[in-house]
Design a binder for this molecule. Sequence first.
Ligand code: 1CP
Length: 348
Amino acid sequence: MSLSQSKKPLLRVLDGETLTPPPFWLMRQAGRYLPEYRALRERAPDFLEFCYTPDLAVEATLQPLRRFDMDAAILFSDILVVPHALGQPVSFEEGIGPVLEAVRDLDDLRRLNSGRPEEVLGPVYETVATLKGTLPDKTALIGFAGAPWTLATYMVEGRGGTDHGHVKNWAYRDAEGFGELIGLLTASVTAHLSRQIESGADVVQLFDSWAGVLAETQFRRWVLEPTAEIVRHLKDKHPEARVIGFPRGAGALYGDYADATGVDVIAIDEAVPAVWAADTLQRGRAVQGNLSNLALVNGGQTLADETHRILGALGGGPFIFNLGHGVLPGTPPENVARLASLIRGWGP
Ligand code: 1CP
């Protein structure tokens, strides 16, 4: 690792240092809560087209940094570019969100035209490389992918906002066939993250947004095992690779996830008690999270109290301040500015 890289505060924390105040960034820090994002988005009404246009994706990545100077930039893209690159029709519809042509069984899976994922995703790696050359030395660049289980939920359900009945049912009914889908996703996510690392990402985050809906046995099979495999392959290929794991909603299984997957950082949702996380998960390993995104929407004294509570519990060890889930579209930008100054002003 080069000297300038090793100085980035976020990377120092990944390697186990405690910084006061801790570095911060916010999941979904780019997006509709920023008027400049809404203006940019009008230039490419099709959301996937927007993700695959490096000039626009670079600009969307940089917008929140100009206002709030976070310690990390996160590549502007989406987790659903991987199913799209595997040949599944994906669209984003106003007021609904992502809509996919559902894959419900092995026959559907085999009908996917896996085409040339590398070609479809080429512009994403170009965006990473451009960002790498543009960001200040102190700012870390985060690449990302959806974890296999979460990608499978969208691929099988066909949209968000369901009870995950179809995808859970397939996993019980035909574990072998469903395992083929998870295997395909494990390989595709590994390749996608590997290319982001080669293009300049300092660290990658695995978003397992729906990890929390599974029974324990299913969690071990569809969340822990594929994640451990991805981390192992990435680190074999790139010994310097750093991985943040975010198994949202994992509850009592957060500890097993931390121990079994080999991730460098555990990202915790808002429901994880901060003191428990410090005692159980932190232990020399970095933790990231866990402010409620609705505390950020509402601001005021509660935002200050919650920020201080989390800093008090986790700020004594390696910690990256973040939300417990992404920034919501209705968030007032001035609340984000206030949060940045609360974090920067914090000291023991
Ligand atoms: O302009 C628009 O209206 C599109 C809104 C939008 C944006 C800004 C979507 C559609 N995706 C994104 C960008 C995005 N998505 C980023 C990069 C920007 C950043 O973090 O600053 C990232 C990391 C994601 C990750 C993502 N996409 C996740 C994992 C995190 C999470 O929120 O749980 C998930 C589940 C998605 C799917 C998705 N894409 C878009 C939406 C609205 C959704 C959620 C669908 C649902 O409700 O289930």
